[in-house]
Design a protein around this ligand. Structure first.
Ligand SMILES: [Zn+2]
Length: 358
């Protein structure tokens, strides 16, 4: 493969998540699909993590600016949004990847850490690869079920709660038996999320979920309710419908903002950037991540050398790469390390300067 890559020099290289009986057969249906890996994609733009450092560019009229925009404020055409390194966003993305792996893949599904690997995509985020012979043959429908479980969409309140009992010996208050914080899977997740919300007592968060009357009941009884839920007893089902507790958990779940891209985790023919190959758009390596907590793509995935070249930059925010700060730039000619210059050119915000001696 190395020789092939040196001779052909492709702009980028991807591989299929599918396993085929006859991989070289054509057309597609003659390859015979035997199964495929499960891959979860966490791209900053797809999970809605935009930043003030991002740049929008209108290719119709030439306008450009910082932050996220759908349409050009000058001519109304759709714009493209280019993302730039932002530490806060990186941490949020990493927290989502971490939650998927620890909370769901390992804890709930019982996969072994050996079956799960993380890759920086080389561009806007991370891929989580699950390579398990047990999951390989899962159908598309089964994959959709997994995706719905992870986002909490498929959690049915009637599966979580049981019979009505008094909240305590001689207590006039009615409770319903349900999960406690130590329950496994979503039941425990619901209990823990609700306890956190009862502790924080944030009325604005609650009013986004239930009507004002119920918010008042919950807030004025927060500590009492928490003491019951700690023991797996859910109070006052007539005042607070049980579905409210599940809605709270869904909204605070670690991956609640994660819209399972139906083209990703569910697609059994998906093409994925080859780990440890260079991404043509950024010049960064689609690198395998060994330690997620300490991984910084803009330091650890740099492939190109740091010798300086001259480029004309149209627009770029202040951003850091390799521990150094660059920008902001606007319509200027600057000398930059090759890895920064390439990143800007790939993002479509700079071009090689004709006066450059390089
Ligand atoms: Zn425009």
């Amino acid at each position: 493969m190395n020789r092939f890559l040196r001779e052909k020099v492709p702009f980028y290289i991807s591989y299929s998540v599918g396993y085929f009986k006859f991989p070289s057969a054509t057309p597609m249906e003659n390859k015979i699909l035997l199964g495929s890996d499960l891959v979860f994609e966490f791209d900053a733009d797809e999970v809605g993590l935009f930043s003030e450092k991002d740049v929008w560019i209108c290719d119709t009229c030439g306008a450009a600016g910082f932050g996220y925009r759908d349409r050009c404020p000058r001519c109304g055409s759709p714009v493209r949004v280019e993302i730039f390194p932002d530490e806060e966003r990186e941490e949020k993305l990493k927290a989502m990847v971490d939650a998927l792996i620890k909370d769901f893949l390992l804890d709930d599904f019982g996969l072994s850490p050996k079956e799960v690997s993380i890759n920086f995509s080389g561009n806007r985020g991370y891929h989580v690869h699950v390579r398990s012979p047990d999951l390989r043959e899962l159908s598309k429908e089964a994959r959709i079920e997994i995706a719905e479980y992870i986002t909490g969409q498929s959690i049915n309140p009637s599966h979580l709660f049981g019979e009505a009992v008094p909240c305590g010996r001689g207590s006039p208050l009615l409770c319903v038996k349900g999960p406690s914080p130590s329950s496994r899977g979503w039941p425990g997740r619901v209990a823990r999320s609700v306890l956190r919300v009862l502790r924080e007592k944030d009325p604005s968060f609650l009013s986004g979920i239930v009507d004002e009357k119920v918010v008042k009941v919950i807030l004025s009884n927060a500590s009492l309710y928490a003491s019951f839920i700690e023991r797996g007893l859910w109070p006052a089902p007539k005042l607070v419908p049980l579905s409210v507790w599940v809605d709270i958990a869904r909204k605070t779940a670690p991956l609640s903002g994660y819209i399972i891209d139906t083209n990703t985790s569910v697609d059994i023919h998906r093409l994925i950037r080859l780990p440890n190959s260079i991404h043509g758009t950024t010049g960064l390596i689609a690198k395998e991540v060994k330690n997620l907590a300490s991984f910084d793509p803009y330091r650890d995935a740099i492939a190109l050398p740091s010798r300086e070249v001259t480029v004309k930059v149209r627009i770029a925010p202040e951003f850091s790469m390799n521990g150094k700060t660059f920008g902001p730039f606007e319509n200027e000619e600057v000398q930059l390390p090759l890895y920064v210059a390439y990143y800007l050119i790939g993002r479509g915000v700079a071009e090689w300067s004709l006066t450059s001696k390089e």
